[in-house]
Design a protein around this ligand. Sequence first.
Ligand SMILES: [Fe+2]
Length: 481
Amino acid sequence: MRAATATATPSSVSSGPMLGFSTLAQETVVDELPLQGVLPQWLAGSLLRTGPAKFEVGKDRMRHWFDGLAMLHRFTIEDGRVSYGNRFLESRSYRAAREQGRMVYGEFATDPCRSLFKRVQTLFSQRKLDEVLPDNANINVMKLGERFIAMTEAPMQVQFDPRTLKAADVHPYRAPGHLTTAHPHLDRASGSALNYAAHLGRRSSYRFFTVDPQELVPHLIASLPVKNPSYMHSFGLTEHWIVLAEFPLVVNPLALALSGRPYIENYKWKPELGTRFTLVDRATGKATGGFQADACFAFHHVNAYEDGDEVVVDLCTFSDAGVIEDLYLDRLRAGKPIADATPTRFRLRPADRSVSHRPLTDGNLELPRINYARCNERPYRYVWGVRGGPNGWLEQIVKVDTADGAIRSWSQPDCYPGEPVFVASTEAEREDEGVLLSVVLDATAGTSFLLVLDAEDLSELARAGAPHHIPFSFHGQFASA
Ligand SMILES: [Fe+2]
């Protein structure tokens, strides 16, 4: 990756980020981690994260960063101290792999099932599908009501205990389709999760649904027919609209059933399609489409909101979908750089279906976080994330002021930070009043630590050292005590 204003200086003894892509076999509980600095008195609760942590099972090797078997991590802050626990997510994917000593369920880019008949049968049969769906929830964590749920893009999610990290035996709900996102939104009024699922088949559709925290039954609010569904990792939400950004990375569902290739390798990049935005009315389910923009790709929506007659949609965009190739483990372990994402603001004008866009800043940023509770669906100013540096991996925590593009950053030589989770202080008045929590790999030491930064100026407040390295994870949430 290239960084516009890198502050990191590569260490002469840099060991690079490769350790972050290696298996952590150890499960542990530590009552009190060694702490440097002072934690804010108001900060109490648990940072709960999920991510891939096991990259080989018997003779089988995971091919892609997204494929690793999930591990949960818990950093609990209480009375100025930090405790830690980690545990493999005991999903049925994990249990089957452990019991049989091989990969049993297919993943994003690694699929042990080569039976053509079985693949076709499963895609078009609900009962068969339910038998083979993976539930390796290594992408994100959601708090739905009082439940904690680890999430993946397959429709089965996994509930877990936030203290012991032990998984529940039953799935809390099943998304109504073959593929969903691990980035649901939470409805402010009801507390329900709001998500979409792609149903693949002879008649494919995007299905938008809510899940009530008590009932746990998906309730369909809209279904849009689509011939060749796009790969979408997240979506946007405004006060009145669900925002769908369809990138031209698309799949022919029948070809998927017949190909025998791992899931993501069936998606084709077709830039001639451009990027299409659709607004779905949250109240009626009615879709307003026809917003056409240049081809791009993104994993993450940052935020969206309504601004007069326009809808503002902020995305971390790549010029194409090559970043998926960049994240194959053999490339990452060889130190090859990954593509940069540019925080980009799109403005959709429903009156004439026009779309304009501009970068929000000069630098790159991925794994974006905002002050979600205060700003989701609403005008906002700050986004935090990580960006690349000279060692080819994510090396800085950054804060971007969307008002003027100004950037602040934190970095330390040979240290590789993960997604910075914003936690608002209990008495916060300003949008950026609080802390960032990020799990950082110190490659020279061979261990990871929880870093606590002041979210306003990114100055370091404290760090708590874990007893081992923590493989790079994707997303997590802070649950206040
Ligand atoms: Fe994500």
